[in-house]
Design a protein around this ligand. Structure first.
Ligand code: NAD
Length: 442
């Protein structure tokens, strides 16, 4: 199938490269010329394992192109996927990119008589595809739905393992305006054997929010248990979760061994969730619910807990250094919201750094992949923690997991380690003479 993807961000590029790998002819479109030039030269505008390798491969095979020319690409394609951003501004979903892309696609459709399917892949609230995208395309194409098809195909990829997720999806949800739209659109996934769920547009839209809200809820629940545990004393929440995870309803038996489902990673305590999806989607769903007459007390609490969780890390730091941290040198290890990505959108590290700086601390950060101009960054972990009064581990990068207690002891002024992701063995750090503090540890 010939496919155009409007918006070549994280989702657009990963989807484009994957659909090209799966035998389609893909044209990715972006209105950011700099991004387009980079991708043309085989450079991904973000870090994601293996993306550049595959990008170069599909470009060489002539199954992938990148352009700024939306009109020409739409006219040439059978399927047009919308993958532009849907940020949340003042707790409301911002649909300006969706509206503009729909208008541009509509205008391009006006120049052709061939039947094409438009599919929304961006995360949008229930009703957006039918009530906003459809009328805009109808208006500018001067065609009625039926002359073009319409689908909603939410994306579930996880940054850090995005290619694996896009090439072997757990499921493909196809919200279809009518059967013809769904049938035509599904052809782009003809080589994928994952289960396909055909449903209506609104259900597809809601499936994405329900999935993200569930994982976000599990994280905030786990962080609330950590807070209660910290307060009681003598509890290590890490052991609590080990015990909870071994419930056979969470880790079913497979003969004598146990299956460890991925969901267990979300039932564990840390400094909160970030990234481009969970925070914005939970906020958007909560305000959408309120507008439709449902006060979502649960989703509000999920966000309240998450917004205040980075502050818990500062409290741990103050337990070790005292209330006044002015002038103290604090190393923050990890800026990305999770390992294997350079994405810092809504990363807890940013809130932690902001609070440290506002209290007069001297912050020096390190991240293997993030290069931000606005945050002082050391080239190596050693350089970051050298003569530091404390080190806070915010992202569970592989590189940090391997650091032995002696490494901190040797390099720091005061060996204070705040483990905001609970990646270290508490006992070996304590017995090495480190003042070790962690989330969910009294
Ligand atoms: P992004 O901001 O990284 O990328 C969006 C891209 O669209 C940008 O490159 C922008 O220049 C381009 N763009 C905007 N309007 C355009 C237009 N009219 N014509 C051409 N290009 C245009 O966003 P993203 O992270 O890729 O997310 C896209 C959507 O997918 C969002 O709705 C997001 O919620 C959803 N999603 C994201 C992820 C993720 O992990 N990033 C996962 C699942 C779903």
């Amino acid at each position: 199938m010939k496919i155009s993807i409007v918006g070549t961000g994280y989702v657009g590029l990963v989807t484009g490269v994957s659909l090209a790998t799966l035998g389609n002819q893909v044209i990715c479109i972006d209105d950011n010329q700099e991004k387009v030039s980079k991708i043309k030269n085989g450079i991904a505008p973000f870090y994601e394992p293996k993306i550049e390798q595959l990008l170069k491969k599909v470009t060489k095979q002539n199954s992938f192109e990148i352009t700024t020319d939306l009109t020409k690409s739409v006219i040439e394609s059978d399927v047009i996927i919308i993958a532009v951003g849907t940020p949340t501004t003042n707790n409301q979903i911002d649909l300006s990119y969706i509206k503009k892309a729909s208008e541009q696609i509509g205008k391009a459709l006006a120049q052709t008589n061939k039947y094409k399917v438009i599919a929304v892949k961006s995360t949008v609230l229930p009703g957006v595809t039918e009530k906003i995208v459809k009328p805009i395309i109808e208006k500018y194409s001067k065609k009625k739905i039926g002359e073009f098809g319409l689908c909603m195909n939410p994306e579930f990829l996880r940054e850090g393992c995005a290619l694996e997720d896009a090439l072997n999806p757990d499921r493909i949800i196809i919200g279809q305006y009518d059967e013809k739209s769904g049938k035509e659109f599904a052809k782009i996934y003809s080589k994928v054997s994952s289960p396909k769920i055909f449903t209506n547009l609104q259900t597809a839209e809601m499936t994405k929010y329900a999935a993200n809200a569930l994982f976000a809820t599990l994280i905030s629940f786990s962080n609330e248990i950590a807070r209660i545990s910290e307060n009681i004393g003598k509890i290590d929440v890490l052991d609590v979760w080990k015990g909870v995870h071994l419930d056979r309803r969470l880790s079913p038996f497979n003969g004598n061994s146990r299956i460890k489902p991925g969901v267990l990673r979300y039932i564990s305590s840390g400094c909160g969730f970030g990234g481009s999806c969970f925070p914005k989607d939970v906020k958007a769903l909560a305000s959408f619910a309120a507008q439709s007459g449902v006060q979502s007390m649960l989703l509000k609490s999920v966000m309240d807990i998450n917004n205040t969780q980075p502050h818990r890390v500062i409290l741990l730091l103050k337990k070790a250094l005292g209330k006044n941290i002015k002038g103290k040198k604090i190393a923050v290890l990890g800026l990305a919201f999770k390992p294997n990505t350079d994405d810092t959108r809504e990363s807890p590290a940013l809130l932690i750094i902001e609070e440290l700086i506002s209290e007069g601390a001297k912050v020096i950060s390190h991240d293997p992949m993030v290069h931000r101009e606005d945050i002082l960054r050391a080239g190596t972990v050693e350089e970051a923690i050298k003569n530091a009064d404390a080190a806070i581990v915010v992202t569970a990068w592989e590189e940090y997991l391997k650091l032995p207690p002696i490494f901190f002891k040797k390099n720091m002024k005061h060996p204070v380690v705040i483990d905001a992701r609970r990646i270290y063995d508490k006992n070996s750090f304590l017995s090495a003479g480190i003042e070790y503090k962690g989330i969910g540890l009294s």
